[in-house]
Design a protein. Structure first.
Length: 282
């Protein structure tokens, strides 16, 4: 438990972005108060202060202001800070260095080292991860959420022109758009994302019926949690639970979400996650 006001947080986000949703799920579960700045996805003037042009961005002040980028880095760094009182947040963030990588197509991207690790000493590690396998499992499934699960969202919510329109209606309603901007974003965005989702389907080698990949993925997750645990973290969610829940939550209210609930075994776990987060969030 942190003293009141000892960690001031501002999250720059798109509400419907799965990576931002992951961060919100983590902050809400840990009862950390934070301000939200909804970023206009077209102009992005709210993040003009930053050379990092993606969301989420978390501005954290624990004595001195600090910018944290990348959803998994944000989660690992803040979780480390909550557990390890000896280290400053600045020192913790330095353990996740940004590294420039170049893709096969020559595109330069930033990757972050160690992003699924909590930077704990031996005693802290034993307390949080009593056996090594617990840590390995959590890291594996956090990475799975980023590398696989998140790529199933767009092809599923933009699967048909009708679903694409419903998704953009939700995005415009929840996002930060001007009136005309929202109108064009809804119709042009829906059309664009319908075609982009087909490219993503091909890129990630998804089945013709992308729902099948979604169903297989969430059932794989449910199987990994198992019948004898409430959550992968046991009686309480761990960082993998929060990541998977955060990613899936962005589909709520859409046809893909309803289909997933009916055709997979995810519902009991998902409802437990909702309940436990509602109990702890401010």
């Amino acid at each position: 438990q942190l003293p009141d006001g000892s960690l001031q947080l501002t999250l720059y986000q798109y509400k419907t972005c799965p990576f931002c949703s992951k961060v919100r799920a983590f902050l809400d579960y840990h009862g950390l108060p934070y301000e939200i700045v909804e970023v206009n996805p077209i102009m992005r003037k709210e993040i003009k202060f930053s050379s990092y042009r993606k969301v989420p961005i978390l501005l954290a002040n624990a004595g001195s202001p600090l910018q944290l980028n990348d959803s998994s880095v944000i989660i690992s760094a803040i979780k480390t800070y909550l557990i390890s009182k000896r280290k400053s947040l600045e020192e913790i963030v330095s353990f996740y260095p940004p590294m420039k990588t170049v893709s096969e197509k020559g595109k330069e991207t930033l990757e972050y080292g160690n992003k699924y690790w909590l930077m704990l000493d031996e005693k802290e590690t034993k307390r949080i991860y009593p056996v090594k396998e617990v840590r390995v499992e959590e890291m594996k499934w956090r990475k799975w959420a980023d590398d696989w699960l998140v790529h199933l969202i767009s092809p599923n919510v933009y699967r048909t022109p009708r679903e694409a329109l419903a998704s953009f209606d939700y995005i415009v309603r929840e996002g930060k758009f001007g009136t005309m901007e929202g109108f064009f974003a809804k119709y042009m965005g829906a059309l664009a994302m319908f075609f982009i989702s087909k490219r993503l389907k091909k890129k990630h080698n998804l089945q013709d019926n992308v729902r099948e990949d979604l169903y297989e993925a969430v059932n794989e997750w449910v199987k990994a949690v198992g019948k004898h645990r409430l959550f992968m973290g046991g009686s309480q969610p761990n960082l993998a639970d929060l990541a998977v829940y955060g990613v899936l939550r962005v589909m709520e209210g859409l046809e893909a979400f309803d289909d997933m609930m009916v055709n997979t075994k995810i519902q009991p776990w998902y409802q437990r996650m909702e309940e436990v987060i509602q109990k702890t969030e401010f």
